[in-house]
Design a protein around this ligand. Structure first.
Ligand code: THU
Length: 129
């Protein structure tokens, strides 16, 4: 059912600019309107200036006029499976809720699906402001 999301993440991973880490990552979001937005990690010669695939996908979603993440897939050709970094968990949380499903993918597709609440319990959110 979410294979389209996995394929979009895989296609995005192929565009990764990661010459420094050699760690290509792809991410794809299904928005509240059903549109898929994808992104890759984009590194920089000034290492801290690079950013993650999930962040690129969120930027595409916002520029596409959508504001809700209903599910998100992340893929890297790695074992063990990668999970979104801490900063990206926070960025995803801005547009999702604790039940939002995060698909962890390898080269064979979705291998594990977890909730954002499991990845980021007791999250800081706008209700705290
Ligand atoms: N990376 C992502 O794109 N997403 C993650 O969830 C974890 C890490 C990228 C950042 C950097 O370009 C490379 O993977 C190695 O850390």
């Amino acid at each position: 059912m979410s294979n389209d999301l996995y394929l979009a993440a895989l296609q995005a991973m192929a565009k990764s600019h990661s010459p420094y880490s050699r760690f290509p990552v792809g991410a794809a979001i299904r928005s509240g309107t059903g549109t898929i937005y994808a992104g890759c990690n984009i590194e920089n010669a000034s290492f801290p200036e690079g950013w993650c695939a999930e962040t690129s996908a969120i930027a595409h979603m916002i520029m596409g006029g959508d504001t809700a993440i209903t599910e998100i897939a992340v893929v890297a050709k790695r074992k063990p499976l990668i999970t979104p970094c801490g900063g990206c968990r926070q960025r995803i949380a801005e547009f999702a809720d604790p039940r939002t499903v995060v698909h962890l993918c390898g080269t064979n597709g979705i291998e594990q699906s977890v909730s954002l609440g499991d990845l980021l319990p007791k999250a800081f959110g706008q209700e705290a402001l």
